[in-house]
Design a protein around this ligand. Structure first.
Ligand SMILES: *Cc1c(COP(=O)(O)O)cnc(C)c1O
Length: 396
């Protein structure tokens, strides 16, 4: 890994990736809206086109603003290369379809993001790619499945919405014995809390829409890893066309400057909220890796630098209580996104796992009354007071 610059994540979030793209003395990366990039010298044009010389040809392939965004994420993940996408799901689907072919076998967990789960259950089997989904957090069972041989191990840790943890180093070690690739969706943890490439992963994937951007105003996806693998994924994307828009790249780039600050505040708030909810009489269960009661708190403590801004909880009164509780919150958007500066809440059944049937959700351990809570950067005591009054309004 080329982690040559010995500077900290907070500094990288602000400075990395920008210098090459500043022009005319500007201190901020410009939004280059040009679709085509012109050349008077046809030989130079040709050399750029075949990748012999740096430069841009056509907006579906590369763009300076988009590259600045990729470079910043690359530095934060300590990677050799990065490439970006129009959304997180485009990053996931393009990466999978770059490396998989009919007859391959994929091992993953049952709790991947709803969209990812659909790729595994619906689209890959259609291509005659076999997918085995393991109970999330059952490392022994996953190791046994890997030992039977596989092409790819796909992880997501912590998971959405019950924030389950997988030991990346342990599973990657097993995967390497089978020469299998390891992909990790790092959306929830962000490069502030963990760098999967240093835990044995070959590719780290982000929905930049969430914490990286942090302001819920731009969609995007990005993957990082060794150049050879990332180049292959880039090639798949440049042809298939799920390109990140330059304006979105700019918004994500700007959002990322405060990544460290935001994550620190969000996880401080998440811990506080989780501890408060855990003792509340109307709450059934609280899921947060920062709680000592969390099933894999020990693994989280070992592989993460912080526990993140995401938690979930179930109300004793189930869906009926959720219906009464959610509208009463003053400082939380009731919306499907997460990772923004504003606290955002929503039932799993209408957000991350809307694609699943109630039976499928039950099999995943997602009660119909589960609320996903993405802590924002507000004052923690205000968030607690807000939760307290909304919980008090639930009628038995
Ligand atoms: C949101 C999300 C995705 C998908 O990202 P989009 O940008 O919405 O396509 C993938 N993985 C996780 C963990 C997510 O939270």
């Amino acid at each position: 890994m080329t982690n040559k610059k010995n500077i900290q994540q907070a500094t990288k979030a602000v400075w990395s990736g920008e210098k090459d793209y500043l022009a005319h003395g500007a201190t901020q990366v410009p939004v280059v809206h040009s679709v085509g990039f012109g050349y008077d010298d046809v030989d130079e044009w040709y050399e750029v086109a075949i990748g012999k010389r740096k430069g841009h040809i056509y907006g579906r392939n590369t763009n300076p603003t988009v590259q600045a965004f990729e470079d910043k994420v690359k530095e934060l993940e300590g990677a050799e290369a990065a490439t970006s996408f129009s959304t997180g799901m485009a990053a996931i689907s393009n990466s999978l379809l770059t490396v998989l072919k009919p007859g391959d076998r994929v091992i993953s967990i049952k709790d991947t993001y709803g969209g990812t789960n659909k790729i595994f259950s619906e689209f890959l089997p259609r291509l005659n790619i076999n997918v085995e989904l393991i109970e999330t957090g059952n490392h022994e069972e996953m190791e046994k499945a890997i030992e039977k041989g596989c092409t790819l191990v796909y992880l997501e840790t912590p998971t959405n919405p019950t924030v389950k943890i997988t030991d990346m180093k342990r599973i990657s070690t097993k995967a390497k014995e089978q020469d299998a690739l390891v992909f990790v969706d790092n959306t929830f943890a962000t490069p502030i809390n963990q760098n999967p490439l240093f835990q044995g992963a070959d590719l780290v994937i982000h929905s930049a829409t969430k914490f990286l951007g942090g302001h819920a105003d731009a969609l995007g996806g990005v993957v990082c890893g060794e150049k050879k693998l990332v180049d292959a994924i880039y090639h798949y994307r440049e042809i298939n066309g799920a390109t990140l828009d330059p304006m979105a790249a700019y918004l994500l780039l700007r959002g990322m400057k405060t990544l460290k600050l935001r994550i620190e505040k969000q996880q401080k708030n998440a811990q506080k909220v989780a501890e408060f909810l855990q003792t509340h009489e109307k709450i059934d269960k609280v899921f947060y890796p920062g709680l000592s009661t969390h099933h894999h708190h020990d693994i989280a403590k070992r592989q993460m630098r912080g526990f993140g801004g995401m938690l979930s909880f179930s109300l004793k009164g189930e869906l009926d209580a959720v219906r009464q509780f959610l509208p009463r919150l003053n400082y939380a958007h009731r919306a499907a996104n997460l990772g923004a500066v504003e606290t955002t809440v929503g039932p799993a059944r209408t957000t991350s796992h809307v694609e699943n049937t109630p039976e499928e959700r039950a099999a995943l351990g997602i009660p119909e009354g589960l609320v996903r809570y993405s802590a924002g950067i507000e004052d923690g005591d205000d968030l607690i007071a807000d939760l307290e009054q909304a919980l008090a309004a639930i009628k038995e």
